[in-house]
Design a binder for this molecule. Structure first.
Ligand code: ME8
Length: 508
């Protein structure tokens, strides 16, 4: 195992207060792309996702549907579990926070925080958003005492709670931020976390006495833990029971990368590392904060405005790979972006079908027509070799910063380059002239090899299509080491290429 590194990557866990939506699909897909890339590098990846089932967001919606919270959570959790294969997500485990093993572990860890002297009883008085399950501090409140995220009226809460001494972690967090400038990425998110820290930390509620839907506090069973601490701890607790045969905690903790949306930055970059420090546990390496997907008209997606991009509709019309590709190609990961069905169809047509799909079809068709399906065992064109030189390394370096959008752009530049190469070389002309046989061999080998390498690099994004194509190319290896042009003739030499049906067929 020498040289193999463990790589623990997570998504946020979704509230089960409704069905999955595009924002959830986006986060799952992006995280999956990074996890798949890391597996290609040979790393020992563990990819965790799941559902957040306690607290007011779930208790309130359960009540509104006339169900008890557990029945409501069970029903909705199934929809999130079903989403994973629909999106082709390669998660290694799916945690539900109502799992008794999670609850027991939450109690253990928070008991340690209590025993370490970081908890006291006090009176909370302030503004609270039941949709965020968030106690807002003064500078987070919109005029008229409204939630900055949901824009709904905040409730005034006065309750006797157990408090976590967050303020005691001001200096340790400042040190963490100074020592690890990539703790929060991208840089804009780091600035936001530092601004929050810079405004001075106040202690936060650790428990709720008014709520019963949660994990009970071991030293005071009349309280349940505040849902955010229960939820954040999923990243740690899951490792202890994901595999009944082996406790994964030592193997994978601390997490390498938490992928989250911008609305939950404070919890992950401030509360979470402080809580871990209070429990004497190592803090994660990085938190990557992605943006929000908005409608094509730039507005928030809403059913009443009719501008919702429904991931299930895209999958049905264009396939899972099309959705995965579109979201990562259209929106710079880490920024907000506008998305819609029209844009998705356009990219399907112009890029997946006409660029990559067409490159694949014509390469296979020409090899079959001019060389009876055999790949000539000659070296590829030095000019194409130069174009691909260092590409896998550049893609890896971008993934080190979770920049899956720029990585895709680098790959796509080569897809376009190879299509231009076909136009420049005009293999159909070369084929008419026997004296050009060597030129035709070199052209076809270059196309075959280039297409194969690009497919390996595209595998994390569009795994179904790539794996189908690589099978036809007779080169199924998707390890990153295979993403290099073979110097002297194709890896697969002498394969007998079967026909390729269109990877991205025309849709109405
Ligand atoms: O916040 N675009 O759950 P959640 C992009 N349970 N991302 C979006 C989005 C959008 N329009 N809408 C939501 C919670 N998200 C908590 C997390 S983690 C210990 C607990 C993202 O179901 C959102 O930013 O409201 C978050 O990362 C994830 O979806 C789950 O949101």
């Amino acid at each position: 195992m020498s040289g193999v590194m463990s790589y623990f990557i997570t998504t946020a866990i979704a509230y089960v207060n409704g069905p999955p939506h595009l924002g959830h699909a986006y986060e799952e897909i992006a995280t999956d792309v990074i996890a798949r890339h890391m597996r290609q590098r040979g790393e020992d990846v563990f990819f965790l996702t799941g559902t957040d089932e306690h607290g007011e967001p779930v208790a309130d919606t359960a009540k509104a549907h006339g169900l008890d919270p557990q029945a409501w959570a069970d029903q909705n959790a199934q929809r999130f579990i079903a989403l994973m294969p629909q999106l082709n997500i390669s998660n290694d485990f799916f945690i539900r926070t109502t799992d008794p093993r999670h609850k027991a572990k939450v109690q253990d860890v928070l008991q340690r925080v209590y025993d370490n002297g970081h908890v006291y009883q006090g009176l909370y008085e302030g503004w609270y958003c039941p949709r965020c399950a968030d106690f807002k501090v003064e500078n987070e409140i919109l005029d008229g005492n409204r939630c900055p995220i949901h824009e709904i009226a905040l409730t005034r809460e006065t309750e006797e709670n157990w408090f976590f001494r967050l303020s005691a972690f001001q200096a340790p967090l400042e040190e963490l931020f100074a020592a690890n400038r990539d703790f929060v990425m991208p840089a804009r998110a780091m600035n936001e976390a530092e601004a929050f820290l810079g405004s001075g930390l106040q202690d936060v509620s650790l428990s709720r006495g008014k709520l019963s839907w949660g994990v009970s506090v071991p030293w005071d069973p009349s309280h349940v833990f505040y849902v955010w601490f229960d939820a954040l701890l999923n990243y740690y607790t899951a490792l202890s029971f994901a595999n009944p045969e082996e406790d994964y905690t030592d193997r994978y903790w601390p997490a390498n990368l938490h992928v989250i949306g911008k609305d939950i930055l404070k919890f992950h970059t401030i509360f979470w590392p402080a809580m871990l420090m209070a429990a004497d546990l190592p803090v994660p390496q990085r938190v990557f904060v992605h943006g929000f997907l908005l409608a094509e008209d730039g507005r928030k997606m809403s059913k009443s405005l009719g501008n919702v991009l429904d991931p299930f509709e895209v999958i049905e019309q264009l396939g899972t790979d099309a959705l995965r590709f579109y979201l990562l190609r259209e929106v710079q990961f880490g920024q907000d972006g506008n998305v819609g069905l029209a844009g998705c169809r356009a990219r399907y047509e112009s890029e997946l079908a006409n660029e990559y799909g067409n490159l694949a079809s014509r390469t296979v068709a020409m090899l079959r027509r001019y060389r009876a399906g055999n790949v000539p065992a000659v070296a590829p064109d030095p000019e194409i070799v130069a174009q691909f030189d260092g590409l896998a390394e550049q893609v890896s370096a971008l993934f080190d910063r979770a920049d899956c959008t720029q990585a895709l752009e680098l790959i796509w530049q080569r897809v376009r380059r190879l299509n231009r190469y076909v136009e420049e070389r005009q293999p159909w002309q070369l084929a008419k002239d026997d004296s050009q046989a060597a030129a035709l061999d070199q052209t076809l080998t270059s196309l075959y090899e280039g297409l194969r390498v690009l497919s390996v690099l595209l595998d994390p994004y569009i795994p179904q299509s790539v794996e189908r194509l690589l099978a036809v190319l007779g080169a199924p290896d998707t390890a990153l080491g295979a993403a290099r042009l073979a110097a002297a003739g194709p890896l697969a030499g002498g394969v007998d290429l079967p026909e390729l049906s269109p990877l991205f067929p025309k849709r109405d």
